[in-house]
Design a protein around this ligand. Structure first.
Ligand SMILES: [Zn+2]
Length: 1071
């Protein structure tokens, strides 16, 4: 084929030179035929052989003759249009060969000759696809010519109008052409044309003309002067009103999407309605310069920001990580830096590792006991059921009716939940958007209180109580610690707890109140949030992801535009402000259609001017069945899982009093998009501006006069952790479980950072047993260095409860390891509602390289403890830091590998001489098999430069822990494995859409924590260093299971089955 083409091309070139009309026509015919069939390969071949130049030269020669021959020109134009589309340098070639000029001249001559003009326009369209050529055409008067063709409105010659409008749109990609268009007043004319076509094209027959006209406006709007001209010509009003009646028209989609782009682009940029961009709170960091006075925000000059924006409806969810961030310096990767502090300092950590030195007697009187709080009068309220499996706490007799499904799940051991077992999840039925999940639960027949009784007319009983819901929903803390008199509000809570008895495992409201009094915050908060005090119990059903309604984002954008053009609809009233002195503002926006709408501004992290993402607020005096719309208008991240099925979490105080103390996913019409707020950033000296994003959602509250709490994710407070640790400690049998709480250090804010040690007590006082006890390998787990990642705390909660439980796996784990756990590395951040930082305004997970004892005490001492373990030859088997991930789904690990990093970076450094234990992949592989929420496919083992100072990389490099990980849990949920929401019949017989996925509830996160612990055991069983004792214990367990299977086949089936699965798994992986 190439030969034929080559031949015909040469023929053509010869013919073109000879100017023999007949020959040219024949060749054009042959070329046209050749290129109209087959693949692009032919055209590319022709281009590579100088075909474009030959055609353009022929055009110029023919056009310049005294009487241009249109018999030749028309087929030539058609061929040019075809070839030009494939030739990237076509515009440049046309410019050099002067084909632009001749085409323009021909077009001018043929204004009244449709056929000829149309062909010229086709050629101009391909010429204009290069911006430089487009600019040249503009200089030569192409725009005036095109404008003459498209104005005034007429439905005659629509093919020509379409081609001309498309050429014009292409020309306006050039900024100089756009500027010219603005100066000549084309914006107003284009708007008029848009209206003419919009109104008169009732049958939508000319969508492409209408789109091309709008594209012209869209390109002009890239210029600031273009946007000004558009606004002056009332463009916002015109596009807004013309779009009103056709938003749902599928055929007009190409038109509407451009309209939206123009409206977004032209919406006047404005600074956030805040006096300062810094946090409402400042914390005086000892020894550092006081934070600069907040810089005032002024009306900024928003210069051309031609940010091309795509409608996020079509955005792809995955963001590619950049490879140039990879560490390719082998020295940095493989060398071990020295100690960052004097060696003698490490001795202080001996006191935190008493298990290494103490006798049994000393162990039994744990120093951690001193940490218990003086408010022991609260202890009598506390009831811990006898320790079985922690999950079985759900099953105390009185509570058995709370959700049949959960009961099924918790009756079996953790092992039954491994992936190869059945999925234990029962997704909630799909519900209409307006219906909230509480109603859904009730409709599932679950309107049952915690005591197992039906709550027949609970509304009435609530009224009888006549509680002031506002007061009880946020009890005021007593300021004084020594005061024995309780404030009236806490007394109210006492009364409430008597009339609404409740048993939430490992939670005690009275203990919570006592702990909260000792918690120190920057703003000196005096109020507690009811949900944290009262407690949370997972909902009876897992909740599926919210199906995104098509076009929800554009509806929200149109509503924003309406606020701009109909400002009288907006009640611009501040309904709540955190601190009047900085004009912290929250606007109430109520529109005429009685939608209750609020704009919210989230405070930045303390001592910072960024990290607005986490939110947790209360709405009181609610009205039932009214759709409340909330817009959080100063979010920072460019995308969010809120665009992919995630809902915020809501807790209703009335529901809690009715026996459903539950955070659930709620809200609909959820969407996250870039808004019109901009701010100069101090970091860049005001050179660039920062964009903001709106998270919008609508919530319908379940009750009148209720107080409801809304949060980014299931909250888990510092006080909740302290309460949890104490109740856990009280729950264990001290003869069997060694559970010690130490204080790792005091934080900047004056709070203590707990360190927990869990292992089994030595079997006896004998030297052998004590020796075994001391020689157990360590496992170190940390969490919540990022305060906004409350999911990490729920995973940690699950791990802690599992580790102290009576599950045989947990017992084996305790008997074979010592767990050192720092469950909250950033207590101050959590207490003060930060999303990312410490009180110093720093990301603590970027401080591990050289932390300071004074400024980053928790990191300094966490690292110190690890140094200490390493110095006594007891580096942990595994180090893992739990985190939350806002962009991805599922749970996954990040680890460290030199070889994978070098390979990925395509580094020239040879890796064959590098020794690397590939054991770092074993743990994630095990988790992939075990944990329903976990996926290997999102794991990564690359060492990035930007992560050099994270816990994972520093513990790997400096402590030589090859299995050093970050575990990321999605804020959203799962789209793989058993939780991806397989089509499953729900109670009311409806099935879920396949593959929609489930949002994480706290149960799934806690389960993940337990699974993580189980994986540590299997990792050990698989390792060559696994002790004979552990292997023996595992075999004993297997024999016991077999016996149980023989004798109690029926009764214990679920549990024994789970062991079988476990051991089958264990032996499989040992093959
Ligand atoms: Zn994190």
């Amino acid at each position: 084929m190439a030969t034929i083409e080559g031949t015909s091309l040469q023929l053509f070139l010869t013919a073109a030179k000879s100017s023999d009309k007949e020959s040219i026509l024949t060749i054009l015919q042959v070329l046209g035929d050749l290129l109209s069939v087959g693949t692009d390969r032919r055209i590319r071949y022709m281009i590579s052989k100088g075909g474009s130049e030959a055609l353009l030269q022929t055009l110029v020669d023919t056009a310049r003759s005294a009487s241009p021959d249109y018999d030749v020109l028309l087929p030539l134009f058609r061929l040019l249009a075809k070839v030009g589309l494939r030739d990237k340098k076509f515009g440049q070639k046309a410019l050099e060969l002067e084909a632009l000029d001749v085409t323009l001249i021909l077009a001018r001559k043929n204004l009244s000759h449709s056929q000829n003009l149309l062909h010229c326009l086709w050629a101009l369209r391909v010429f204009a696809s290069s911006v430089t050529t487009g600019a040249m055409l503009g200089i030569n008067g192409a725009m005036e010519l095109l404008f003459k063709v498209i104005t005034p409105y007429t439905q005659k010659r629509t093919r020509i109008i379409r081609a001309a409008a498309e050429v014009l749109a292409a020309l306006l990609k050039s900024k100089s052409n756009s500027r010219r268009a603005v100066n000549r007043g084309y914006v107003a004319s284009l708007l008029r044309l848009h209206l003419d076509w919009h109104h008169r094209d009732a049958a939508d027959a000319y969508v492409r003309i209408r789109r091309a006209l709008l594209l012209c406006l869209r390109h002009i709007a890239n210029l600031r002067s273009g946007r000004e001209a558009f606004l002056a010509a009332r463009g916002m009003e015109i596009l807004f009103s013309s779009a009103q009646n056709c938003l749902d028209d599928r055929r007009l989609e190409p038109v509407i999407s451009v309209m939206i782009q123009i409206l977004r682009q032209c919406y006047p940029r404005s600074p956030l309605p805040l006096v300062t961009s810094s946090s409402a709170y400042a914390f005086p960091v000892p020894g550092s310069v006081p934070p600069e006075p907040p810089c005032a925000l002024t009306e900024e000059d928003f210069e051309d920001d031609a940010d091309e924006e795509v409608d996020q409806d079509s955005d792809s969810e995955d963001t590619k990580e950049q490879d140039d961030d990879l560490e390719t310096d082998v020295n940095k990767l493989s060398s071990k830096p020295g100690l960052d502090r004097p060696e003698e300092e490490l001795r202080q950590y001996e006191a935190m590792c008493l298990e290494l030195s103490c006798s049994l007697e000393e162990l039994e009187s744990k120093p951690g006991d001193n940490l218990n709080f003086e408010e022991t009068q609260d202890a009598e309220h506390y009831h811990i059921p006898p320790v079985t499996s922690p999950k079985q706490h759900y099953l105390t007799k009185d509570q058995s009716s709370w959700g049949q499904e959960r009961e099924d799940m918790v009756q079996t051991s953790l092992l039954s939940m491994v992936k190869m077992g059945r999925s234990t999840m029962h997704p909630a039925s799909k519900r209409g958007p307006g219906m909230n999940a509480y109603q859904n639960m009730q409709s599932n027949g679950l309107g049952i209180d915690s005591s197992g009784r039906e709550a027949p007319d609970s509304q009435a009983s609530l009224k009888q109580d006549a509680w002031d819901i506002d007061v009880i929903s946020c009890p005021v803390m007593s300021a004084s610690l020594s005061s024995s008199a309780r404030p009236t509000e806490t007394a109210e809570v006492d009364k409430l707890l008597q009339t609404h008895p409740k048993h939430i495992p490992f939670h005690d409201p009275h203990l919570y109140m006592a702990k909260a009094r000792r918690t120190r915050s920057v703003a000196d908060f005096k109020r507690m949030a009811f949900p944290d005090l009262w407690g949370h119990r997972p909902p009876p059903c897992a909740q599926s992801m919210l199906e995104r309604k098509c076009g929800v984002q554009r509806i929200k954008i149109f509503e924003d535009v309406r606020r701009l053009i109909e400002p009288s609809d907006v009640i611009n009233k501040v309904v709540f402000s955190l601190d009047e002195s900085v004009l912290w503002k929250l606007m109430c926006v109520t529109s005429q259609c009685l939608v209750w709408e609020y704009d919210l501004l989230v405070n930045t992290d303390v001592n910072s001017s960024q990290h607005q993402q986490w939110f947790y607020f209360r709405v009181s005096g609610t009205r039932a069945a009214v759709p409340y719309r909330f817009n959080i208008i100063n979010c920072e991240k460019p995308n969010s899982q809120f665009n992919y099925g995630m809902q915020p979490t809501v807790y209703s105080v009335k529901e809690a009093l009715l026996g459903r103390p539950t955070w659930i996913r709620m809200g609909y019409e959820i969407c996250y998009y870039k808004n019109h707020y901009r701010q100069r950033t101090a970091a860049t000296g005001g050179a660039s501006e920062k964009c903001f994003y709106t998270l919008t959602f609508v919530v319908t509250f379940p009750h009148n006069e209720d107080a409801c709490y809304l949060a980014y994710h299931y909250p888990y407070t510092y006080t909740a952790l302290l309460t949890h640790l104490d109740t856990l400690e009280r729950s264990v049998n001290p003869k069997q479980v060694y559970f010690r709480q130490d204080v790792l250090c005091q934080t900047l804010g004056g709070n203590s950072c707990p360190l927990v040690t869990i292992t089994a007590m030595p079997e006896s006082n004998s030297a052998d047993h004590l020796e075994q006890f001391r020689q157990r390998p360590y496992q170190v787990i940390t969490a919540r260095v990022h305060p906004g990642e409350s999911n990490a705390s729920w995973v940690m909660k699950g791990a802690l409860e599992f580790l102290v439980s009576s599950d045989p796996v947990a017992r084996l784990l305790r008997e074979n390891f010592i767990f050192k756990i720092i469950p909250m590395l950033n207590p101050d951040g959590v207490i003060n509602g930060n999303h990312r930082c410490s009180l110093k305004g720093e990301d603590l997970n970027r401080q591990w390289l050289s932390p300071s004892a004074r400024l980053q005490p928790t990191i300094y001492h966490a690292k110190g403890l690890l140094y200490y373990l390493s110095s006594v030859g007891r580096s942990p088997r595994v180090f893992c830091d739990f985190h939350g991930h806002s962009q991805k789904k599922n749970v996954f690990l990040y680890g460290c590998s030199i070889k994978e990093t070098l390979w990925q970076a395509e580094s020239s450094v040879g890796t064959s001489n590098l020794l690397e234990d590939i054991g770092y992949r074993t743990l994630p592989k095990i988790l992939d098999k075990l944990a329903p929420a976990f996926t290997m496919s999102s794991c990564s083992f690359l060492v990035e430069k930007s992560r050099a100072s994270t816990a994972r990389v520093v513990v790997w490099r400096e402590m030589g822990v090859s299995k050093s990980y970050t575990m990321e849990s999605s804020y959203c949920g799962c789209n793989q494995g058993p939780y991806q929401g397989l089509p499953e019949m729900t109670k009311n017989g409806r099935s879920l859409p396949s593959g929609m996925g489930l949002q994480f509830g706290t149960s799934e996160l806690e389960e993940m924590g337990a699974m993580f612990c189980l994986s540590l055991l299997i990792l050990e069983l698989k390792s060559v260093s696994c002790s004979r004792q552990l292997l023996t214990q595992a075999t004993t367990l297997l024999n016991a299971v077999e016996e149980a299977l023989d004798h109690h086949l029926q009764r214990f089936l679920p549990k024994t089955l789970s062991f079988f699965l476990f051991f089958r798994f264990f032996f499989q992986i040992n093959k």
